[in-house]
Design a protein around this ligand. Structure first.
Ligand SMILES: Cc1cc2nc3c(=O)[nH]c(=O)nc-3n(C[C@H](O)[C@H](O)[C@H](O)COP(=O)(O)O)c2cc1C
Length: 169
């Protein structure tokens, strides 16, 4: 169906907004840390945004209803791994809240307790800087303490609620 700007709808329903937000392609970030008993906990978000270079800050958008976030934010260090194109199963497991990802997804735990996924395209070790409630989500600012990455390693891409691979034009 060909859409035109004249098709603008006011007061969109949640499912329409979800569809429209899904027109903006993103990567997937695994947000993981060692939990209270040292066991890794984590979730997957498309709501990841680089925010500031000086000071180094990134943002994530977290559902207010997330059961994982309250435990993650209690960790002194949080790992962000920008998932690679081969991490589609890891993304699904992380999003499902299934602890299977811990055994199925090779990862490392930093001295500070951030959990980073092997084979990701980028890693950031972060600490929570600020949180702002924004509707049904929380905007969380994270201060970047250390990082590494390689853009030649292709990321997992989400568009229209599906996983894709990057193709250079
Ligand atoms: C591709 C994908 C992207 C997601 N993006 C977000 C996101 O940006 N923010 C968020 O809070 N949850 C996001 N989710 C959902 C979370 O991964 C998770 O399922 C949700 O927060 C509830 O899990 P929990 O209660 O176990 O924490 C996403 C899920 C998938 C599959």
């Amino acid at each position: 169906m060909q859409m035109a700007p004249a098709d603008l709808r006011s007061q969109p329903k949640s499912w329409e907004l979800r569809q429209i937000y899904g027109c903006f392609p993103t990567g997937v970030a695994a947000v993981c840390a060692a939990g209270a008993r040292g066991r890794p906990i984590g979730t997957a978000v498309t709501g990841f945004t680089p925010v500031s270079l000086d000071p180094p800050l990134v943002g994530i958008n977290v559902l207010m209803t997330s059961t994982t976030w309250p435990r993650l934010k209690a960790a002194p260090r949080i790992g962000i791994s920008v998932l690679s194109q081969d991490h589609d199963r890891a993304a699904v497991l992380l999003a499902a809240g299934a602890s299977d990802w811990v055994t199925e997804t090779p990862h490392v735990i930093t001295a500070g307790g951030a959990v980073l996924i092997d084979g990701a395209t980028a890693w950031l070790e972060c600490a929570v800087d600020a949180q702002h409630r924004a509707g049904d989500h929380m905007i969380v600012l994270l201060r970047v303490l250390s990082c590494a990455g390689d853009p030649s390693h292709h990321p997992l891409v989400v568009h229209g609620n599906r996983f894709h691979r990057l193709r250079e034009l």
